[in-house]
Structures are given as structure tokens and as C-alpha cells.
Ligand binder design. Structure first.
Ligand SMILES: [Zn+2]
Length: 430
């Protein structure tokens, strides 16, 4: 472990790989030409990195195409209103929408003022209350506003720190409610519009959005494998998601997770450490548009899910390493705590019960011990899903420490005499 940690913190594979992905491939929205370029890049680089086998697994998943977007405040004072359509939103009619704005803080205020929503553009300006709390306005705002007759929604970007950045993300519609356009605005503009409203002004906005939701298109998970030396049929899966939003270049979300896990396995190969079990790196497709790559993997590998000893996902950015959260039995969590103890030299020894990851969730639900790689990610939402999530936000030393942490834990799980999967099953059958 000491050798892996030392070599990992000195290894530049992840940094070089991530720079190539962010700068030369760039944005890679599910189903886009950028995503296809990312698949080609991942297959080529993994093949060159010395994996025993590299392949792709295509499936049909959703896609969405951003078109032109423009908004302007017309009254009580005229100014440009930068907007960023929320993923999967419908567009406006070709002539756009012009309407009065109803500015509310949250869903409770919308309910109180429901009678005022008809024909209006509803602006949600909730204060940051943590991602889980704040993201509801992005995911469900259009449905809640449309129930009361609104014609569009504008949502304060979901971030805890803004320098006028726009943050997109996923939304959904409900079958029984009209589908209305939804876009994010900056924290700064959301605040200004709500202050004008509270001061008694009538606000008028004109907005135009031209988006398309084509039928499902073919996308692919990318898989690279190091065969185990004694128990090749037993699999330790590690990975992240290769798709990103179409703004920024997905450096922290989740180019970093792909770089960390690919580099971790590459490091074992480079050190000629062939583990007892197979290490399989999966770079998942279509996470941002609903976790479809993870579902496709679970379906394609249904007959070998029981051979998966553990699944580890890295999707919380590359900040200083902290440790791992685990979704499995107490026995698995205790064993992982013992295995991770030597990682205290790089601050990555913390193991606790918690969320594992969107992409591995389908197989974790089928009994595979799930492990989420965790970092000190207080700054994560500064960049998340915005044009600012770019390679310059990556600290090469933190990235290398994350590679060291994931490589060492992967080695320990793949080498361990005790199978984590057996520890999970023992508890299930008790
Ligand atoms: Zn992500």
C-alpha cells in the first residue's frame, strides 16, 4: 500500500488524461458528437495504457439538444437577462414568450400566491439550503408552476457561490401537467428581480428558447479491464461517468472521476501488481440525463452481477481526498474501515455509511457493496454544471492523491482473502 500511495501521488497519468479530455474533447453531453469523441478518446488512451481488454457497450438512451437562448427584462428597467435552459426543457414558441414575472422565494410562497401565477413567468429565488434542498426548484419548478397556469419558469442557479455563473442540470415533467420552458438565471439576477418585485415594480420579461428532445439515440459505456491472477471471474468495479453537461468541460463533474479510476487501475498495471481478482473500470454514459448508462450496465451484466465483489464510484470532484461512504452491510463498512486505515497518510481513511453513486446504484440495489469516493468538496457547487467547470479548477496534487487513495483501496479489495460480497450476503441471510 505504501508503494501504491507513493507511486500514485507522483503519477501524472490522471492529470494528462483529464487535460486531454477537457481541452481536446471538451463538453460531452449524452448523445452529442462530443460524447462520441469522448468514447473514442477513452478507448484509445485505455488501450495505450496497457489494459488487458478495452471495449464499448452501446445502448439507446435519451438525448437533448440545446438551441438558441435569449432573454431580456423589458420593465421596469431594460437589461439583458442571461439564461441557461435546464436539461430536457422544451423550447418556447418560435415567437418567444413575453409575460409578467411572479417572483417567489419557494414552493410555499407559490402556493400562497397561486392565483397570481396564471399566464405569468414564475421566478423561483430560494436561498441556498444545500444541494438536495435547492435542486428541487430546478427539477420540479416547471411542474409546480405549470399546475397554476404559469407559461415558463426561471430558477436561481443551484450554487453556494456565484460570480454571475449559470448552472444547468436535469429537470422532469409530469404526465398530467403542461410542459413549460425552464431556464436558470444567475443568483445575482434572481436577487435583483425579486428585490424589484418586493419594491412594487411590475416586471416584464421576454424569452426565447429553441431546444429539441430527439428520440433516443445510441450511446456507449466504455469498459477497460485488468484480469485477476487467481479469481478472474470475481470483479471489483471502479468508475465514473464520461458524459458531462454541454457548458464547461466537465472537469470536476465527472472527468475527474473517470481520470481517477482509470489512472488507479493503470497504476496497478504499471507497478506490475496484478490483483487476485479482476479490476474493471467502467466509464458510464448518460448519467446527467438520468443515470441510463448505469441501468444499461446492470441489464447487460445481469448474469454476472453476483460476481461483483464491490463497486466504487468517483463522482464528487477532485478536491483533497477524505475517504469513502459505503452502501452495504455493517460488516462490509467495518472491513472497508480496516482496509482504508493505512490511507491516513493522505487523509483518505474516513469510512462511513452513506451514498455510493448514481451509476453503480442499479447493481448496488442488487446486493453489490457500493462505495462512494469522497473529497473535501465545499467548492464543488461553485463550478457544478456551469461554464466554470474547467481544467484550471483541478489541483494536480489533489488529483494524484485521489488516484493514490482509489488505487490502494482497489488493490486491497481485489487482493483481500475476505470477499466483501460474502460479508454483504452473510448479513442479508441472517
Ligand atoms: Zn456527476
Amino acid at each position: 500500500v505504501a508503494r501504491i500511495v507513493t507511486a500514485g501521488t507522483e503519477d501524472s497519468f490522471a492529470c494528462d488524461w483529464l487535460q486531454g479530455l477537457c481541452d481536446s474533447v471538451g463538453a460531452r453531453l449524452a448523445g452529442s458528437p462530443g460524447y462520441e469523441a469522448a468514447v473514442a478518446y477513452a478507448v484509445r488512451t485505455a488501450t495505450e495504457a496497457g489494459f488487458d481488454r478495452v471495449w464499448t457497450e452501446p445502448f439507446d438512451g435519451p438525448c437533448w439538444v440545446r438551441g438558441a437562448e435569449h432573454a431580456r427584462v423589458l420593465a421596469p428597467v431594460e437589461f439583458e437577462l442571461p439564461i441557461l435552459g435546464i436539461g430536457m426543457t422544451v423550447g418556447t414558441p418560435a415567437e418567444g414568450i413575453e409575460a409578467e414575472v411572479l417572483a417567489v422565494t419557494d414552493f410555499a410562497e407559490l402556493e400562497q400566491r397561486a392565483a397570481e401565477a396564471e399566464g405569468r413567468i414564475v421566478l423561483f429565488n430560494p436561498p441556498w439550503g444545500g444541494y438536495g434542498e435547492s435542486v428541487q426548484y430546478r427539477t420540479k419548478g416547471a411542474v409546480e408552476a405549470a399546475r397554476h397556469g404559469a407559461v415558463a419558469v426561471l430558477v436561481r442557479s443551484v450554487t453556494n457561490h456565484s460570480l454571475a455563473t449559470l448552472h444547468t442540470g436535469m429537470m422532469s415533467y409530469a404526465d398530467d401537467v403542461a410542459q413549460i420552458p425552464a431556464a436558470c438565471v444567475t443568483v445575482e439576477d434572481a436577487g435583483r428581480l425579486q428585490r424589484l418585485s418586493k419594491a412594487g415594480a411590475t416586471i416584464r420579461v421576454r424569452m426565447l428558447m429553441d431546444h429539441e428532445t430527439p428520440p433516443a439515440c445510441t450511446q456507449a459505456n466504455v469498459i477497460a479491464e485488468l484480469r485477476g491472477r487467481e479469481r478472474p471471474d470475481e470483479i471489483v468495479l471502479i468508475g465514473g461517468h464520461l458524459d458531462s453537461w454541454d457548458v464547461g468541460t466537465g472537469a470536476h463533474d465527472d472527468g475527474a472521476g473517470c481520470a481517477i479510476t482509470l489512472a488507479a487501475a493503470q497504476l496497478l498495471a504499471k507497478l506490475e501488481l496484478r490483483p487476485r481478482r479482476t479490476v474493471r473500470v467502467v466509464l458510464f454514459a448518460c448519467e446527467e440525463l438520468g443515470g441510463h448508462g448505469g441501468q444499461a450496465y446492470a441489464s447487460a451484466h445481469a448474469d454476472e452481477v453476483s460476481n461483483h465483489v464491490a463497486a466504487l464510484e468517483s463522482d464528487s470532484g477532485s478536491f483533497a481526498p477524505r475517504g469513502f461512504t459505503v452502501r452495504s452491510s455493517d460488516a462490509v463498512i467495518a472491513r472497508l474501515g480496516e482496509l482504508a486505515a493505512p490511507l491516513s497518510s493522505i487523509g483518505a481513511e474516513a469510512v462511513s455509511a452513506g451514498w455510493a453513486g448514481v451509476d453503480i446504484h442499479p447493481i448496488v440495489e442488487l446486493g453489490v457493496p457500493g462505495i462512494g469516493h469522497r473529497t473535501h468538496h465545499d467548492a464543488y457547487f461553485h463550478y457544478h454544471h456551469s461554464p466554470a467547470d474547467t481544467f484550471d479548477k483541478i489541483d494536480p496534487e489533489d488529483l494524484a492523491r485521489n488516484v493514490a487513495a482509489v488505487a490502494a483501496l482497489t488493490w486491497l479489495i481485489a487482493e483481500d482473502e475476505t470477499s466483501l460480497r460474502d460479508l454483504a450476503t452473510e448479513v442479508e441471510t441472517e
